[in-house]
Design a binder for this molecule. Structure first.
Ligand code: CAA
Length: 387
């Protein structure tokens, strides 16, 4: 019987990339994972490693300096890294999240100006949508304002929970340009580090993904050139939503990787650890847990790869599939890591073993890029409309 994980639709190039990533993960990232979590410092060495190996611009077309790869390759790369280190996987995932507003809403000049440096890793990029009172209700409660003044927009407001906001060179920010216009009253801007009036506020202290800085961003009379507006005025909310359709599979991949890493560790432990005269995995109580964990991981993987395939194909069902993949993979990450801790017993609860870190890291995948409740809202609206 084979226990190898699902491999779907690989081509030669993807196979080569994944082999290279597996080697990097085994040699350079897995040995750093516990330390990254313990120190809570952004792993610049890991970011450099990704940049040197062209992993920061996988789905960016080659004409803009990227690898011109598929979303299917991209999600598999995130998954491989997350098996060992969720914080490191987030570097690749957030680089994609941050570049998508430019890919989706940017004009040719903006793509040529920003994308090559993102693809090479010279610039890190962040995505700033969330505010203190505007998390799930991203549109209705947005307060950050952008007011046109000549050739500039003046931004005022605060964003919170911005992943990599303190290390990013550029940030894609969403702000209200017309408070009367509802979904057509939001616009998207690229704000560059060093712009007067743009600063970084509090760093969050978090349960997991501790190597990934999550910060507050402050805009105070911050003048941004109109040439940095992405799309037309009022198109920002749609850009933000289209971005999430393509970035949620990246978070699903992170979740799946965490689950797969925990399953692998727990399985290895259950083969070695002996109780009552035989390995604990051969006792039905543990063996059946592992069976359920494996089944869940493989179903989540099939759903994610299908969502990524649909991202590559384009089409209106991407919204639904991205939400379903994020929902399934996030829930599987939480349940599988919790069970992995259980399989290891007392050792699972100790930071000397990786599964407690994996369990802490898994939780955020049920919260960010839209909570599991928001994914269900998106899925149900896709099925029956919103009334
Ligand atoms: N694609 C294109 N357009 C879309 C769209 C999509 N997927 N989803 C919505 N729209 C359009 C709608 O068609 C509508 O347009 P019209 O007004 O022209 O008809 C407009 O956007 C408003 O849509 P809704 O009426 O559906 O908006 P809503 O206020 O009911 O909210 C929501 C929709 C799905 C709940 C949305 O607010 C949402 O996704 N919330 C969650 C926010 C989120 O995921 N935040 C994540 C932050 S990023 C992050 O977490 C990253 C990180 O740290 C790593």
């Amino acid at each position: 019987m084979t226990t190898a994980p699902t491999e779907i639709a690989s081509n030669d190039e993807e196979t080569m990339i994944l082999e290279m990533v597996r080697e990097l993960v085994a040699e350079k990232i897995a040995p750093r994972a516990a330390e990254i979590d313990a120190t809570g410092e952004f792993p610049w060495d890991v970011k450099e490693l990704f940049a040197q190996n062209d992993l920061l611009g996988i789905p960016i077309p080659s004409e803009y300096g990227g690898l011109g790869g598929t979303f299917q390759t991209y999600v598999k790369v995130v998954e491989e890294i997350a098996k060992a280190c969720a914080s490191s996987a987030l570097i690749v995932a957030v680089q994609e999240l941050g570049m998508l507003p430019i890919m989706i809403g940017g004009n040719e000049e903006q793509k040529r100006r920003f994308l090559p440096k993102i693809a090479s890793g010279e610039h890190l990029v962040a995505y700033a949508l969330t505010e203190v009172s505007s998390g799930s209700d991203a549109l209705g409660s947005m307060k950050t304002r952008a007011v046109r003044q000549g050739d500039n927009y003046v931004l005022d407001g605060q964003k919170i929970w911005i992943t990599n906001g303190s290390v990013a060179d550029i940030v894609c920010v969403f702000a209200v340009t017309n408070p009367e216009a509802g979904s057509r009253g939001v616009s998207a801007f690229v704000v560059e580090k060093g712009t007067p009036g743009f600063s970084v506020g509090n760093l969050e202290k978090k349960m997991g993904i501790r190597g990934s800085p999550t910060v507050e961003l402050i805009f105070s009379d911050c003048e941004v050139p109109a040439a940095n507006r992405l799309g037309e005025e009022g198109e920002g909310f749609k850009i933000a939503m289209k971005v999430l359709d393509k970035s949620r599979p990246g978070i699903a991949a992170q979740a799946l990787g965490i689950a797969a890493g925990a399953l692998e560790y727990a399985t290895g432990y259950a083969k070695e650890r002996v109780a009552f005269g035989k390995p604990i995995g051969q006792h039905q109580g543990v063996g059946f847990m592992l069976a359920d964990m494996k089944t869940e991981v493989e179903s989540a993987r099939l759903m994610l790869y299908e969502a990524a395939r649909r991202c590559d194909a384009g089409g209106p069902d991407v919204t639904l599939w991205a939400a379903m993949a994020k929902l399934k993979c996030g829930d599987v990450a939480m349940s599988v890591t919790t069970d992995a801790v259980q399989v290891l017993g007392g050792f699972g609860y100790s930071s000397d073993y990786p599964v407690e870190r994996m369990m802490r890291d898994a939780k955020i995948t049920q919260i960010y890029e839209g909570t599991q409740q928001i994914q269900r809202l998106v899925i149900s609206r896709g099925l029956v409309g919103r009334g």
